[in-house]
Design a protein around this ligand. Structure first.
Ligand code: PHB
Length: 356
């Protein structure tokens, strides 16, 4: 009987366990470059069966935050190599999350030019810029003629990630960022081939998966979605139909996995979308994320509800989370004040069990 501590094959790699470290923005990169401190942080967490890196921008247009890393230049690739090598030397595996923020950005990141989105609809809320919080602006709708280059950027970033030694990539189609802005009808009001019907709204994601898979191999490409998350001022009038369709359509590519944020940003389930249906629509590996602990994680895997479980905050505070959970040892408490930016405090100084 499988549980969190049994191994799992994903594509060509074998994960030592089914605990996945969720992608977590920590805002400690230096001008888009991963640092030595970041290498230490990820290497400390290499006992996760799989680490998914923090969101990494696929181009300069993709940026929406300060301190986030990029994955589209040789220099960025060389810096990521230190992270990846550290994780591999400890026997771990790591995918790179490919991120485009779309409208969740600010002209300050783009030399005064507008951020891009499916439609010119301003999000409620504020961007974190180098000058502090600033109101989001009305983005510019991407032209139909810009879509092929956008897809090309995803491929280039994926190839750059593979050059750095990553085991694969995860397409970030969750949490209100660009691809999710195309998927959901509150943010996509296009009248062309990429908007309107759910088939059209899903088109960009499927074209990106097709192109990236062709470039690096489909069994090295995962996809992350968040059907009920309303973070970043996003929603859909029928998430069940939309994400069942997304899951069904992804089957044609046999991707490495589908990774589903099953809850809202504040950890709530929604009556408008039953994740079991999405799980059933998708024929490949399903990674569940959102509020799991050891008991619920083991139960989810045993009952076939998920193949692996991603943990976010618990991996921030516990570099040796698999060992702690297996031993039934107490967990370190996470400190939300040190989530974003800063130094090693709240980043690489959470103690291991054997240090306590
Ligand atoms: C965040 O910075 O809070 C953040 C970034 C990427 C996500 C979700 C949250 O997918």
């Amino acid at each position: 009987m499988n549980d969190l501590f049994t191994s799992l094959a994903i594509g060509d790699i074998i994960l030592a366990n089914r605990l996945v470290m969720a992608p977590l923005t920590r805002s400690r990169a230096d001008n888009g470059l991963p640092t030595d401190l970041m290498a230490t942080y990820y290497t400390q967490r290499a006992s996760a069966g799989l680490i998914i890196s923090e969101g990494s921008q696929i181009s300069s247009q993709a940026v929406g935050y300060i301190g986030t890393p990029g994955i589209y230049t040789d220099k960025q690739s060389a810096s990521w190599k230190k992270v990846v090598t550290g994780v591999h030397q400890r026997g771990g595996h790591i995918f790179c999350q490919l991120w485009h923020c779309g409208r969740i950005s600010h002209p300050d990141f783009h030399n005064g030019e507008l951020p891009v989105a499916p439609s010119a609809i301003k999000p409620d809320g504020q961007a974190f810029t180098s000058e502090g919080l600033k109101d989001f602006v009305t983005p510019r709708a991407l032209g139909l003629d810009e879509i092929p280059e956008l897809i090309e950027r995803y491929c280039y970033a994926a190839v750059t990630a593979m050059d750095a030694g990553f085991d694969g990539v995860e397409i970030h189609a969750a949490n209100g960022y660009l691809i999710d802005q195309f998927l959901r009808d509150k943010t996509n009001q296009r009248s062309d081939y990429y908007g309107g019907s759910l088939e059209n709204r899903t088109r960009l994601l499927l074209e990106i998966v097709a192109a990236v898979g062709k470039a690096i191999g489909f069994n090295k490409v995962g996809v992350r979605i968040s059907p009920v998350n309303t973070f970043n001022d996003i929603s859909d009038s029928n998430p069940q139909a939309l994400f069942n369709y997304v899951a069904e359509q992804l089957n044609q590519f046999k991707p490495a996995y589908l990774h589903v944020v099953e809850v809202t940003m504040v950890g709530e389930l929604s009556e408008h979308c039953d994740m079991k249906q999405i799980r059933q629509c998708f024929k490949g590996l399903y990674i569940a994320n959102g509020g799991y602990d050891k008991v619920r994680g083991n139960e989810g895997i045993r009952k076939g509800r998920a193949d692996a479980i991603a943990f976010g905050a618990k991996f921030i505070a516990n570099p040796d989370l698999p060992e702690r959970l297996k031993a039934g040892a107490p967990l370190n408490e996470v400190d939300p004040n040190t989530f974003y930016g800063g130094d090693e405090h709240g980043y690489t100084d959470y103690p291991f069990l054997n240090e306590e």
